[in-house]
Design a binder for this molecule. Sequence first.
Ligand code: GRF
Length: 191
Amino acid sequence: MKRIAIFASGNGSNAENLITQLGAEEGYSFPLIICDNLQAGIWERGKRLGVRCLHFSRKELSEGATACQLLKEEKIDWIILAGFLGKISGPLLEEFGGRIVNIHPALLPRFGGKGMYGHYVHEAVLQQREKLSGITIHFVDAEYDHGATICQVTCPVYPDTDTPDLLAERIHRLEHIYFPVVVRDLLQRAD
Ligand code: GRF
């Protein structure tokens, strides 16, 4: 059984999708959601899904040891960042490095890094008149949006007619299809 903690800061649609898809299969359990934003939509989703949802400050998650200790006590094997905006460093990265995965709504290394999240990403892609965007699923290291790529999937961009919202929708559809597939494949191959 692979025990997975989800970190999220926002709406949580990817978190819910992972939990409902993989959580229904044998071999995956989602005992914990960690959230750094008390206003986030993920709280309502966590409640509805019956998954324990806990708040930690962004500072605690990047520097402190309390969250890391809790994840160890909960025997968490993997951390999945699903719309988590904080930086992972300190004890969490030391303990779980190589077992932390993020999803980014663009084709890294372009359109990533600090401040590149949500509509900022899609606005930048449209401003550059890109013909392709997509998703990047990657390991997490000490820099924002930087660790080794696990998988990228592309989708078209229509710079003349797209809006950031339309592009965001297209990207979300890709995420909801591919994130569970990639996480399942990765965890099946892991010890
Ligand atoms: C996704 O687009 C993901 O790529 C990015 O944050 C967004 C989260 O969306 N890291 P949601 O909260 O899962 O709906």
